[in-house]
Write a protein that binds this ligand. Structure first.
Ligand SMILES: [Zn+2]
Length: 272
């Protein structure tokens, strides 16, 4: 068989599998996941230098089947997708090529960047999420994620400060990947940011423990969607987003000593 006709056969197989998935007539157990491609992406190719962020999500859906169906559904207005999907067994599927913009982050901001889809690779982890029964992430899943992040980080020269959760960039709308996501473990593997206790500021934290001081730290770290000087109802959501990443036992939206100290440490590490 010529190279050309082999290619046609592969495309035909992919299309056939996609039709079955969309119709919900396929048993995932018997299929090769690596062939699942989503049609939900921007058609213009991007240069590798455009890729600056990795954004981590959970699927927040009842099952793997429903998640994949949603990530591939090309009807309607709320079309979504991701570059990589990792299920609870650690099986990984690339659904959109890195050089295309996938639709995972939606309305989002970080530092001077808006609409992070343009500049990021989106990774979805299978998890029912807060709505359907938030689960611990599995070891297999996290190990695969670490491997993937190590590769992508190297390939696109992504900084640790640019490896983020969806709730970091869309704190008013999103909770994923949530307080069970092991950011501290990832840091041990060289992925993303974390704080160090020993380096915590020895300053009189109590004196500085004010709303505005905390939010100035958040701004410096990269968070947006709040005012540094005027408090609002949105504040709680920002504090919660920050806690769900860095102070995971206390996601209550209240700025306590520990939450404040962490913000202070992280802000002090930001390079100007
Ligand atoms: Zn998300």
């Amino acid at each position: 068989m010529s190279h050309y006709s082999t290619k046609i056969m592969i495309n035909f197989k992919e299309i056939f599998i996609q039709i079955l998935v969309i119709l919900g007539k396929i048993n995932f157990k018997y299929m090769n996941f690596n062939t699942l491609k989503s049609k939900n992406y921007s058609k213009i190719k991007r240069k590798p230098s455009k890729i600056k962020f990795l954004i981590i999500h959970y699927t927040g859906m009842q099952s793997k089947r429903v998640s994949i169906k949603k990530l591939m559904n090309f009807k309607g207005v709320n079309r979504v997708s991701c570059h990589y999907f990792i299920d609870r067994k650690g099986e990984t599927i690339q659904m959109v090529d890195d050089d295309r913009v996938a639709w995972h982050a939606g309305k989002s901001r970080w530092k001077n960047f808006e609409n992070l889809n343009d500049n990021s690779i989106g990774i979805e982890l299978e998890n029912k999420g807060h709505e359907f029964g938030y689960e611990e992430f599995t070891k297999k899943q996290i190990n695969k994620l670490v491997k993937l992040c190590v590769n992508l980080k190297k390939k696109y020269k992504i900084k640790n400060s640019c490896i983020l959760g969806h709730s970091d960039v869309s704190p008013l709308r999103k909770k994923d990947p949530g307080e069970k996501f092991p950011w501290k473990f990832l840091k041990k593997k060289g992925i993303g940011n974390w704080y160090s206790k020993s380096n915590s500021s020895k300053k009189n934290i109590q004196k500085n423990l004010s709303r505005n001081f905390f939010f100035k730290n958040l701004f410096k770290i990269g968070y947006r969607y709040f005012s540094k000087n005027i408090s609002s109802k949105k504040d709680t959501l920002l504090v919660r987003a920050f806690q769900s990443r860095y102070n995971q036992n206390k996601v209550d939206g209240l700025i306590d000593q520990k939450t404040f100290k962490i913000s202070h440490y992280l802000a002090s590490k930001v390079k100007k």
